[in-house]
Write a protein that binds this ligand. Structure first.
Ligand code: SDX
Length: 393
């Protein structure tokens, strides 16, 4: 406002907003949603309860929780014509692209969402619809790439089991709920539910700040999450671990590659803009990976490689100096894989988890009447020069 522009590439030191949703202390490795520690929530809460907490600010009463769950169940069906949009995609389409397209297509089916000044109950309805329909779209994107017919939601199941049955039920078969799998998934979703002003959340806020609809704002967030430096890292980690395994499991050799400035390879699942000590989510997920694989009787050799890599990194001067630790994406893929979720769906799982956070941040931004997001720049191009006719160039 004073006319002086500060350049801060990647917004490393720029606060874009004030927020009452998520507290993060990167030096101490603390993460809290609305004042509740991530450790407590991951152990004691459920994803739907956490979604309510993030979006509405308080833990729900029994009745509020049950109404919220019922409202979501009521909206799990998606407009039938979205299946035609889905069918138009080649089966090779990446599910993240499919997901973001289907989400923004909701603006066409619910055009009232385009009105930025609509009443609060309308906004709430859009919020419920998104929470209800995203797992349906996600499972449909998977079925489509498999060349299978889609499964419809079955509301006798809870949020996670309903998603799992839409993913894995085969035609004419029943789906048997598996509490180990459903609980593992629920915990992962809680751990991904919000993370203050990360790249995708900042995207949701900035798109929403133009008063674009909630659906298109969330669709933009899904696109931002897709990149391998952000949510896409969870799939990149598994590829990396597989490569290390096939290469004979020499973690030190791959560490050397990651440190080599002439080699573009970086250790996926390592490093964080804010955490400079440890990522509390990675700690919980590492332990959960051991538990889940044990309970399911899965022996995945890449888990040992991941642990070995972490061990080497934590004792390596380059990584110590730069304060690089495993982040949320490092161990999550190993759990997804044990649950039968394929690699190109990992980032979709992150999106399902992050949805309540995106919604809460979008809602807070609108309620606080934030101005349109519009960073400045330092111009480094040509000075004024005369136009030259095309035949004289
Ligand atoms: C998520 O922001 C969030 O909150 C995100 C997230 C969320 O919940 O929303 O937590 C989810 O996106 C997790 C991050 C997933 N990405 C990866 O795992 C990809 C690998 N990591 C990085 O590329 C990197 O660490 C970032 C993108 C996560 C952070 O980037 P920064 O803050 O811009 O840091 P940087 O790239 O400038 O790194 C600082 C130094 C550099 O070395 P120098 O130039 O100082 O010598 O550390 C080095 C980097 O080269 N470095 C790495 C490295 N990460 C950073 N070197 C090797 N391997 C790595 N992974």
């Amino acid at each position: 406002e004073s006319g002086i522009i500060t350049l801060d590439r990647g917004f490393k030191n720029t606060g874009s907003t004030s927020s009452a949703i998520t507290f993060l202390d990167g030096e101490k490795g603390i993460l809290r949603y609305r004042g509740y520690s991530i450790e407590d929530l991951a152990e004691k809460s459920s994803f739907i309860e956490v979604a309510y907490l993030l979006i509405y600010g308080e833990l729900p009463s029994k009745e509020e929780l049950s109404n919220f769950q019922n409202d979501i169940k009521h909206h799990t069906l998606v407009p039938e014509n979205t299946n035609k949009i889905l069918e138009g995609f080649p089966t090779t389409a990446h599910p993240m692209g499919v997901l973001s397209s289907l989400v923004t297509s909701l603006t066409a089916f619910y055009p009232e969402s385009l009105n930025p000044n609509r009443p609060e109950e309308d906004v709430n309805l859009n919020i419920i619809r998104l929470l209800a329909k995203l797992p349906t779209f996600a499972a449909w994107a998977y079925k489509h790439q498999m060349g299978h017919p889609v499964n419809y939601p079955d509301n006798k199941f809870d949020y996670c089991s309903n998603f799992l049955q839409m993913m894995f039920r085969l035609p004419h078969q029943r789906y048997e709920e598996d509490p180990v799998i459903a609980n593992a998934l629920d915990k992962l979703l809680i751990l991904h539910a919000d993370h203050e002003q990360n790249c995708s959340t900042s995207t949701v806020r900035i798109v929403g700040s133009s008063h674009a609809s909630l659906y298109s704002s969330i669709s933009a967030g899904i696109s931002a999450l897709w990149g391998p430096l952000h949510g896409g890292a969870n799939a990149a980690v598994i590829k990396m671990l597989e490569n290390i395994k096939e290469d004979g499991g020499d973690t030190k050799k791959w560490m050397a590659k990651a440190k080599d400035k002439d080699d573009p390879f970086r250790l996926f699942g390592f490093g964080h803009r804010v955490y400079k000590n440890f990522d509390p989510r990675a700690k919980i997920i590492k332990k959960a990976a051991d538990d889940v694989l044990n309970k399911l009787g899965v022996n995945d050799p890449v888990l040992e490689i991941a642990k070995g890599l972490e061990e080497v990194a934590l004792n390596d001067e380059y990584f110590i100096e730069r304060k690089l630790y495993p982040n949320v994406d490092f161990y999550s893929g190993i759990i997804y894989r044990a649950l039968g979720i394929p690699e190109n769906m990992f980032t979709v799982m992150f999106a399902i988890g992050r949805l309540p956070g995106w919604i809460a941040q979008w809602k807070e931004m609108r309620e606080n009447g934030e101005p349109i997001g519009r960073p400045r720049q330092i111009y480094v191009g040509e000075n004024l020069r005369p136009y030259v006719d095309v035949d004289k160039r």
